[in-house]
Design a protein around this ligand. Structure first.
Ligand code: HH2
Length: 293
């Protein structure tokens, strides 16, 4: 197996031990606005399929305070229809190209290194891989292009409907599996500062396990990587009376909890409201920023 690089197993003080060279999450919880250029995304499928509409939406999200825009051309929801590479490129590239003119970091949500590469060539800054670097080509691409890569934990994407994994301790198990991917990324030459880990809420976990992952998010900091949480409008909130669909209050509360628990990024559909949530969490964790106001 791969020998663990020094320090991976010891909790690192990620605020000092990790250079964060200028990414939007360097000094505050960054808000990533979701831009699904798909007909079938679970929450907002079809709304932004037209590139012009997608670009207007991105502009609106930047105006609302988005630090990152995450452009996706293939739904990852369970049972979603796979999309051909050409169709995925056709959806994503015009939007990425247009976003270059906006002053915002652009990530591309794709399982395919070929689409990721084309998106980077079109101006994207970050790769978002819901398969957690299972394709070696994605690792090599991120290393070669020296861009951050979001490594999400999933049993598979799209998740096979009804396929749930039995976890002993879901947090320890997910961290252990992410650790393997972090090691592989390092082996490919990607420093941990550029490996954003993500528990993959909703991807093969029960609703209660999603809350366990959110509640114990601090434990992910032991990996020495930035942490992203994607909870927006997910079915986990049905446990607390939300309808999993248009339950914005639960999502906003979830962003505050994630930020308070150390998330470096939150991935959301509704930017303005979730910007408030992370700012509230930060105010509570660092009131000194306000002087004696
Ligand atoms: N890194 C990361 N990427 C993700 N991409 C899609 C979804 C699913 O949400 P959404 O994009 O809104 O739906 P769909 O996949 O149906 O487009 N969740 C995540 C996530 O939690 N983390």
């Amino acid at each position: 197996g791969l020998d663990s690089p020094a320090g991976l197993d010891d909790p690192v003080d990620t605020d000092t031990d990790r250079e964060r060279d200028g990414y939007p999450w360097a000094d505050r919880t960054a808000v990533m606005g979701i831009l699904n250029v798909t007909p079938d995304s679970f929450h907002d499928g079809g709304e932004y399929l037209d590139p012009g509409v997608a670009i207007d939406r991105a502009t609106e999200m930047v105006g609302a305070g988005a630090d990152v825009i995450d452009v996706g051309g293939e739904s990852t929801r369970p049972g979603a229809d796979p999309v051909t590479v050409d169709e995925e490129k056709r959806r994503v590239l015009p939007v990425v190209e247009a976003l270059v003119d906006l002053d915002v970091t652009v990530s591309v949500d794709t399982r395919r290194a070929e689409v990721g590469e084309a998106a980077l060539d079109a101006g994207a800054d970050v790769l978002n891989d819901v398969t957690g670097l299972s394709d070696p080509e994605m690792r090599f691409l991120a290393a070669e292009r020296e861009v951050p890569v979001i490594v999400m934990h999933s049993i598979d994407a799209p998740v096979v409907p009804g396929k749930d994994v039995e976890y002993d301790d879901v947090v320890e198990d997910v961290i252990a599996e992410l650790r393997e991917r972090v090691l592989l990324a390092e082996k490919a030459g990607i420093p941990r500062a550029r490996v954003v880990v993500d528990p993959g809420l909703g991807f093969g976990k029960s609703k209660a396990e999603n809350f366990e992952l959110l509640g114990r998010l601090e434990e992910f900091r032991a990996l020495g990587c930035p942490v992203l949480v994607g909870h927006s409008h997910k079915s986990m909130f049905e446990l607390v009376g939300g309808d999993g669909g248009d339950d914005l209050p639960s999502t906003v509360a979830g962003s505050a909890v994630a930020a308070a628990n150390g998330a470096d990024l939150v991935r959301v559909h509704d930017v303005a409201e979730n910007v408030r949530a992370v700012r509230v969490a930060e105010a509570a964790s660092d009131p000194s920023q306000f002087g004696d106001e």
